[in-house]
Ligand binder design. Structure first.
Ligand SMILES: Cc1cc2nc3c(=O)[nH]c(=O)nc-3n(C[C@H](O)[C@H](O)[C@H](O)COP(=O)(O)O)c2cc1C
Length: 280
């Protein structure tokens, strides 16, 4: 079990997560750890034993999968030099190289294609729906892995940046046609735990009976203020400084807009095409 972390009571956990009280919510002990989770971005030298890693991977494989098709794969990297290679390609996240384990979670249409082939049938589902199903199966398994790792005191951090260097990561892992990385995941024993990252209030994310975002602007304004008071956006975290001026006091929502106003990884669809995906 996680060591050295005093588990606060449910109300404190909610206040830490949202920067405000969440009236009505009662946190059972069994989910306290989930409310307290956070990514870990630096690891000790302590090894992650194979039997434990295999158990965590089994927990990940216990996640639900669309139609029981199980359309994902995970590549386990333990070779320090190869993990460092990925960190060097990414450049801005040198702490990745401190992780004793690096997992690359992949959407996998190939296995289904091979199963059709093995049974002498055509694979007639190379389409956007299958792409989405592979990504969802993969993300659910990765999420379950993260929860399991957290429960035993390990730390993890997903790494979407493997997709920013897909033309190198894909051959490094020999990803064949029909297989693409969704995200990397660093795994190791935490060198330190960052503070909990504050989330949007439930009123913005949770809709009752029907979707309603009429109160978005006010709710997000208040959220920006709560985040600014606890954890202001650091100069180094400002998005797209080459497009927008770097200045003090940028809130979470403005930083989101700064990021989303500039296209990211627009070559991904072209990459998927080279891997045989038909997204029509
Ligand atoms: C799909 C996905 C990709 C992510 N990619 C990266 C990444 O490339 N580098 C990184 O440092 N964090 C990455 N993160 C971690 C997020 O930045 C982090 O979850 C977020 O800031 C909230 O912090 P918390 O998880 O501690 O609450 C990723 C998270 C997800 C879910």
């Amino acid at each position: 079990m996680r060591q050295g972390v005093a588990m606060a009571d449910g109300r404190e956990l909610l206040r830490a997560r949202f920067g405000m009280d969440v009236p009505g919510a009662e946190v059972p002990d069994a989910i306290a750890g989930l409310l307290d989770r956070r990514v870990v971005r630096r690891y000790t030298d302590q090894a992650v034993p194979d039997p434990l890693l295999d158990a965590l991977l089994a927990a990940a494989q216990s996640a639900p999968a669309k139609s029981d098709l199980q359309q994902y794969s995970v590549v386990v990297m333990r070779d320090r030099a190869r993990i460092r290679q990925v960190a060097d390609w990414i450049k801005t996240m040198d702490w990745i190289a401190t992780a004793p384990v690096f997992l690359v979670w992949c959407g996998d249409m190939r296995r289904g294609q091979r199963l059709c082939d093995l049974h002498g049938m055509p694979h007639a589902n190379n389409n956007l729906d299958t792409f989405l199903n592979t990504a969802v199966d993969c993300a659910l398994a990765m999420g379950q892995f993260m929860a399991a790792a957290d429960a035993v005191g390990l730390g993890t951090c997903p790494i979407s940046y493997v997709r920013s260097h897909i033309e190198r990561v894909s051959p490094l892992l020999r990803l064949p046609s029909g297989v693409y990385p969704v995200a990397g995941l660093t795994v190791g024993w935490p060198a330190f735990r960052r503070p909990v990252s504050m989330r949007l209030p439930p009123s913005v994310v949770v809709h009752r009976e029907r979707y309603d975002d009429t109160a978005l602007a006010d709710a997000v304004g208040a959220y920006d203020e709560r985040r600014r008071a606890r954890d202001p956006v650091a100069a180094g975290s400002l998005k797209n400084n080459d497009v927008y001026p770097s200045r003090e006091g940028v809130g979470w929502s403005e930083n989101v807009a700064r990021q989303l106003s500039v296209p990211e990884r627009f070559g991904f669809a072209a990459y998927l095409k080279t891997k045989g995906f038909d997204l029509a």
